[in-house]
Design a protein around this ligand. Structure first.
Ligand code: S3P
Length: 184
């Protein structure tokens, strides 16, 4: 895979911590962070909830694919945080592989529920029984996240520093060393 890029891509379910991990990792590795949800919202001038209401989930999924394609055209290495459903499309999984190293943040249904209860920005969880929906989706999605990932990191019970350390240790080590060497 000679033309594979060197971005770090964070995948995982809603509430797995992709955004927070992305921000911290971007400081640590001194790389820019881009979030596919924010990219789409900026492009569309609307929130994710408005996009789901107007164009449905399928419309949103097409926008995710377009966002990945635009990132393939971007120069330089970045941290890319993705929407939780993005790897479910086969085309997107191929694009992720081309974009760089795919990190799956694996989380339990209980942690997701605790983190997202009361949140009204995730259209897919606006259900009478969100816990049931979280479990149902995790069962479908976890094997797909796993298969699409180069690295899996369990996030339950860990603080963010620990998670960042694990990821940076595997994928960012070389860059950190190189930066340290050029600082003095
Ligand atoms: C979705 C996850 C959301 C967002 C949209 C759909 C999903 O992103 O893309 O609401 O299908 O799991 P986060 O994972 O950042 O919450």
């Amino acid at each position: 895979m000679s033309d594979r890029k060197k971005n770090i891509i964070l995948t995982g379910f809603m509430g797995s911590g992709k955004t927070t991990v992305g921000i911290r990792l971007s400081y640590r590795l001194r790389q820019q962070l881009v979030d596919t949800d924010r990219l789409i919202e900026k492009e569309e001038g609307r929130s994710i909830s408005e996009i789901f209401a107007g164009q449905g989930e399928e419309g949103f999924r097409r926008m995710e694919t377009a966002a990945l394609k635009s990132l393939l055209e971007t120069e330089g290495e970045q941290i890319i945080s993705t929407g939780g459903g993005l790897p479910m499309r086969e085309e997107n999984r191929m694009l992720l592989k081309e974009l760089g190293t795919v990190v799956f943040l694996r989380v339990s249904a209980e942690t997701v529920y605790e983190r997202l209860k009361g949140d009204d920005t995730r259209p897919l969880l606006q259900k009478e029984n969100p816990m049931e929906e979280i479990r149902r989706l995790l069962e479908i999605r976890n094997p797909v996240y796993q298969a699409a990932a180069d690295i899996t990191v369990d996030v339950d019970g860990k603080d963010f520093e620990e998670i960042i350390g694990e990821i940076a240790g595997i994928v960012g080590g070389e860059k950190e060393t190189a930066d340290e060497n050029t600082c003095d």
